[in-house]
Write a protein that binds this ligand. Structure first.
Ligand code: HEC
Length: 106
């Protein structure tokens, strides 16, 4: 007879695995599109800047992934940078940050 704690642990492990599997299975094509089209509408199609700051690897290099992802999810109050929470999950935002840090090129 497993204890309540064992069951809880099993549930936590199972949900962690499910979340990781979902993130891996996710087709990022729509995300890549959104990054180029929607983010690009302000930051430039090649992320060299426009209304929003350039999002080039050399400019983002010193900033922690989690901080940038949080900024994407919550937006930057007082600027045109909108919050994306609800459209993007944390995993989505982190994926974008990693793409931007690699450079998404022309
Ligand atoms: C409506 C215009 C607009 C859209 C759309 C937009 N941004 Fe922004 N973004 C801005 C502005 C304005 C800033 C602040 C720029 C500044 O500090 O000069 C900003 C800032 C940022 C920063 C911080 C840059 C830094 O140097 O710290 C990141 C990262 C960022 N945006 C990512 C994104 C991503 C990813 C998307 C798409 C999911 C996106 N933005 C969509 C306008 C936009």
């Amino acid at each position: 007879m497993p204890s309540a704690l064992d069951l809880l642990r099993a549930a936590v492990v199972a949900s962690g695995v499910t979340a990781a599997a979902a993130a891996d299975a996710q087709e990022p094509a729509w995300l890549a599109n959104l990054l180029r089209q929607d983010c690009g509408s302000c930051h430039g199609l090649t992320m060299r800047g426009g209304l929003g700051a350039p999002l080039l690897p050399e400019r983002l290099a010193g900033k922690p992934d989690e901080a940038l992802a949080g900024l994407i999810l919550d937006g930057l109050p007082g600027t045109a940078m909108p919050p994306w929470r609800g459209i993007l999950s944390e995993a989505d935002a982190l994926w974008m940050v990693r793409q931007l840090k690699q450079g998404i090129g022309p």
